[in-house]
Design a protein around this ligand. Structure first.
Ligand code: BDR
Ligand code: CA
Length: 329
């Protein structure tokens, strides 16, 4: 089973990503980072999730409360004042892992082979770990992240939230040499949480499904209001789904859910209108390794540093999520 650390800022879709990962991957730990809400709030939410889902054997370590150099930004308008508004969950009693998330990541990667990092919030913890212990870059098997976009943004027309909050951290990660899989908004926004999906979840009739459905009711309403979308978008489970061996999930047998293409991704750090944008070089996608210019020359790009998601089978991903939620009490 693949060994992962989920680095997150729960967050409604983060919570679902944790639930998905715990039934298909070996989750070595959950680390938290400020993003959707303050560090204290998202850490509380991570503990609430492991408690209601019966996952308290997974250590939860608290991380960075502030981007590397930018001021913190949170999105109560999307995830509410608690960061996980909707269900009324009791205050958690499970103790945190005593280590700082950055130390947790470094110690786990240095002592365990083939660890995969799954960042689904701003990249502050991961970048800090890479700076503090550069040897982890050669030991991390891969980073499967939710962030950025091949096309449009959500925080700004160009930038996606997780990258926009801490673009310098994202730059460190994308230039680290660690193999990266990037599930950006161009695919994650296609995975819906409208009334239809939420009622399917509620229909499972379990305690967990009731909590998840109630949380998605809130999330669907805010995304309708803020972005005029039909419902919520299940961004973060995509970065987990990209790692799941579907051949081991009988109802899901078939080709991969998410299609990736290798390309170079640069994080814009200065642009007046574009900072926080993931600038993806997809000029080769028409079947050519290079692009000819009208004067007979060629445009060459930087070598690929990431596998970027270009397409997603959203129906199968929703089925996978619902089949997985059915495994919870
Ligand atoms: C990302 O931002 C957060 O609000 C979500 O949890 C997701 O990780 C989508 O842009
Ligand atoms: Ca998130």
């Amino acid at each position: 089973m693949k060994k992962v650390i989920i680095d997150c800022d729960p967050g409604h879709d983060d919570a679902l990503a944790i639930l998905l990962a715990a039934k298909h991957l070996d989750v070595l730990g959950i680390t938290t980072v400020a993003g959707n809400q303050t560090l204290d709030k998202v850490t509380d939410n991570a503990l609430k999730v492991v408690e209601f889902a019966g996952l308290t054997h997974i250590p939860v370590a608290k991380g960075m409360g502030h981007p590397l150099i930018r001021p913190p930004r949170h999105v109560p308008e999307v995830h509410g004042e608690t960061g996980l508004d909707g269900p009324d969950l009791p205050a958690p009693t499970t103790p945190l892992d005593p280590r700082h998330a950055v130390d947790f990541i470094i110690e786990t990667v240095m002592s365990t082979e083939d660890v995969i990092l799954v960042p689904i919030g701003p990249l502050t913890n991961i970048a800090t770990a890479l700076r503090r212990e550069p040897r982890i870059a050669g030991r991390i098997q891969e980073i499967s992240l939710m962030g950025g976009s091949l096309t449009y943004g959500n925080s700004t027309p160009a930038a996606e939230f997780n990258i926009y909050v801490d673009p310098e951290a994202a730059h460190i990660v994308f230039t680290s040499g660690v193999p990266i899989r990037m599930c950006g908004l161009n695919v994650t926004r296609q995975v819906p949480a409208t009334e239809v999906e939420i009622e399917r979840i509620r229909g499972l009739g379990t305690r967990t499904s009731a909590i998840v459905a109630e949380s998605l009711d809130f999330y669907r309403d805010t995304l309708k209001r803020v972005f005029g979308l039909r419902g919520g978008s299940l961004h973060d489970p995509c970065a987990v789904a990209a790692l799941i061996d579907l051949s081991a999930v009988p109802a899901q047998a078939g080709p991969t859910l998410i299609e990736f293409e290798p390309m170079h991704v640069a994080v814009e750090l200065k642009g007046e209108h574009t900072y926080g944008m993931t600038v993806c070089d997809c000029r080769h996608l028409r079947g050519r390794g290079q692009v000819s210019t009208s004067d007979g020359g060629v445009w060459r790009g930087e070598p690929p540093n990431a596998e970027v998601a270009v397409d997603i089978d959203k129906d199968r991903l929703i089925d996978l999520l619902i089949d997985t939620l059915a495994k919870y009490p």
